[in-house]
Design a protein around this ligand. Sequence first.
Ligand code: BTN
Length: 245
Amino acid sequence: PLSEVRFSAETGSTNDDAGRWLETGAPDAAVVVTDCQIAGRGRLDRRWITRPGAALAFSLIFHPTPAEMEHLALFSPLAGLAVSDGLKAGCGLKAEIKWPNDVLLQRRKVCGILAETSWQAGRLTGVVLGIGVNVAPSAVPPADRLLFPAISVEEAAGHPVERWILLSEILASLFAWRKKLASPEFFQSWESRLAFKGEDVLVQMPDGQLEGKVMGIDPQGGLVLRTPAGKQEVITVGDVHLRPA
Ligand code: BTN
């Protein structure tokens, strides 16, 4: 369960706020929530816009247990599982997880996740898990500013959605999955919600790109692809796109 909550009407980035709170002694399972971010950050140094009243933007703080320390890379899919559960429980929507952790509805991105670790003198001081969900249509940036098509929860649901109910569903699921981090059930659920399974994708990696068919998730959380030459490859960092036909 949650330990402490800090809410603001506006901030720069909740991940930055959570990082600063960690330095001054934030407890495990604390959360920073805001209505509007003016310097929100995405993966790979991208920007993430959060307009007032339109989205969920929050960051959780964790002090990983020794067992969790072995699976730090699984904190971001943990958030993906929780958001997809929340969308099901709160809105009856069936979401998919685009590896490693974007949440998709109707094959468009509804939620982005930014997991960051914080270190001091070579020791891990905490994990910050930032989650941004497009709730209202106005949360979705114009298509020409996007690398991947986006959607809002309300567009997919076809009716207004109460943000704070969705948030509480996501948090309840997240703390339940935390207890099962790295369990067979964790991997099975992640894999069963994996987007583009069996389809041909193009993965953009920091050092190039790779084409292949999505096969599943490996025990470390990497994406398993089968290349056109029939070789299995495991991707640890990259962006997945459907390959244009
Ligand atoms: C991505 O898809 O690139 C990740 C986006 C993560 C956005 C969330 S919103 C709350 C938290 N604060 C931030 O500055 N970023 C994350």
